[in-house]
Design a binder for this molecule. Structure first.
Ligand SMILES: Cc1ncc(COP(=O)(O)O)c(C=O)c1O
Length: 340
């Protein structure tokens, strides 16, 4: 009954099998291998475009920080939600990798940026005024840090506003599969077709060992040489890239990643419904992915803990429960016996 994080989950066996399959013979290093070349073909199919460049990382923090550093200069800022992972959970990595770029925090419910706040921040950009830090990038997250999903339409609307103001649009997609399953949008619709310039496509939380893909679309492709140089300098140039590519292939080719996210989302709904049977339960946000943010009656929280359930305390006395591809219906069943 481990609801602490989706990163606590094991990797899916298909991912390990794919890594084992590429584990023979020699291959060129640093992404020049045949497995990574095959990944490009599968990515093109998955993204429904050839107009992209990509790079692989083992952590979401590295992919966000590297991606942002290519578009935010040391004298610029990234607009992001005040609860975003890049602002709250990355120990200053985006600022460090960009050489001092600033994060400009915006509010909004359910960790989704409020449109008025976004419009005000965009209107206030003045590159000629030396006393303020002009925004160069808008960073959005889907699934958000509150477990809600931006619709494809909202994402496209925000991206259009940001692009009109000359910004690059970054999407932190550490849990994008969960958002896609929830909204029914395709990856193409939720990324380049919505005006996203740079996508950090996360597969680790979905079921990989450790595999995040930075994808540059359209004009942003020009930054590919810089991205590679920054990856090298930052120590994020995996010499045996084929093992990362093998993970991505196992997840993307055939749609396993969406199946796994669908299971995780379904379990989250079941857990939330079950917790809500208790009158003392209050859901803080709609459950639109694999995360539940909830206030629980103290007796229920204690009973769950004593029975061995693990989950994190969250803001203002609430709790966060996260499901993953391996969360079984039996686990939900066990939990339901404790919520009385
Ligand atoms: C929204 C979001 N982005 C990025 C990350 C990256 O995390 P990590 O560096 O642990 O792979 C996380 C992890 O919790 C996350 O929730």
């Amino acid at each position: 009954m481990d609801f602490s994080s989706d990163t606590s989950a094991p990797a899916h066996p298909a991912v390990l099998e794919a890594m084992a399959r590429v584990n023979s013979g020699t291959e060129p290093s640093y992404g020049n291998d045949s497995v990574s070349k095959h990944l490009r073909e599968v990515l093109a199919r998955t993204l429904e475009t050839e107009d992209f460049e990509f790079w692989l990382c083992a952590s979401g923090t590295a992919s966000n920080a590297l991606a942002l550093s290519c578009f935010c200069p040391p004298t610029g800022a990234v607009l992001c939600h005040e609860e975003s992972h890049i602002a709250r959970d990355e120990r200053g990595a985006p600022e460090f990798f960009s050489g001092g770029g600033k994060l400009q925090l915006l509010g909004g419910k359910g960790a989704q940026i409020d449109e008025t706040a976004l419009r005000q921040a965009l209107a206030a950009i003045d590159h000629g005024f030396v006393h303020e830090t002009p925004a160069h990038v808008l960073s959005l997250t889907n699934l958000t840090e509150s477990g809600t999903a931006y619709s494809r339409e909202t994402l496209a609307h925000y991206a259009a506003l940001a692009r009109e103001a000359g910004l690059t649009v970054h999407l932190d997609g550490a849990r994008i599969a969960n958002a896609l399953v929830n909204t029914g949008a395709s990856l193409a619709e939720m990324s380049w077709q919505a005006g996203i310039d740079v996508l950090c496509l996360g597969l680790t939380k979905t079921g990989a060992v450790g595999c995040e893909i930075i994808i540059l679309f359209g004009e942003a492709r020009k930054k590919a040489p810089e991205l590679r140089a920054r990856a090298k300098r930052a120590g994020h140039m995996p010499p045996k890239m084929r093992y990362l590519s093998a993970q991505a292939l196992a997840m993307l080719d055939g749609g396993l990643w969406l199946d796994l996210a669908a299971t995780a989302n379904q379990r989250a709904k079941q857990v939330a419904d079950m917790l809500c049977k208790h009158p003392g339960t209050e859901l803080l946000h709609a459950v639109q992915g694999n995360e539940i943010f909830v206030r629980l009656d103290n007796k229920v929280a204690d009973a769950l803990r004593q029975a061995g359930a693990s989950f994190y305390p969250w803001l203002e006395g609430s709790y966060r429960l996260v499901t993953n591809w391996k969360t079984g219906e039996d686990t939900v069943e066990r939990l339901s016996k404790l919520v009385v």
